[in-house]
Design a protein around this ligand. Sequence first.
Ligand SMILES: [Zn+2]
Length: 146
Amino acid sequence: MTQAETSAGCPLCAACDAAVLWRDDFCRVVWVDDPDYPGYCRVILNAHVREMTDLPEDARQRLMAVVFATEGALREALQPDKVNLASLGNQVPHLHWHVIPRFRDDRHFPDPIWAMPRRPPRPPVDVDGLKPRLARTLAALLTPPE
Ligand SMILES: [Zn+2]
């Protein structure tokens, strides 16, 4: 990234890569460690860009292709009742998409996960196998054949 593409103090420009499931030189897919929402992923543009319409058309499509691959990987692995896609950026104005598998009995359904909870937390699920499975599916969906 060039200097112009990063912003001092932005947590997504300074991200640690510990939870990265897939990445290239354009964007990355990270595991969000939320016990209420196993499988919750974030697709984060590497460059510090504020809005989708600040990106050239081909870059918008490239970013959304990664969002859709993430949605597909979550559907294959978890068969959620719904997948929520959200791009807010009010707190961190650096383009990122939330990709959240939702279930009818999750803490907030049918509200957004940022609403007041409707029910107590579900019992913890074993996610050890889920991360590598998502990483493998993303690699298969996003890596063009040689
Ligand atoms: Zn940033």
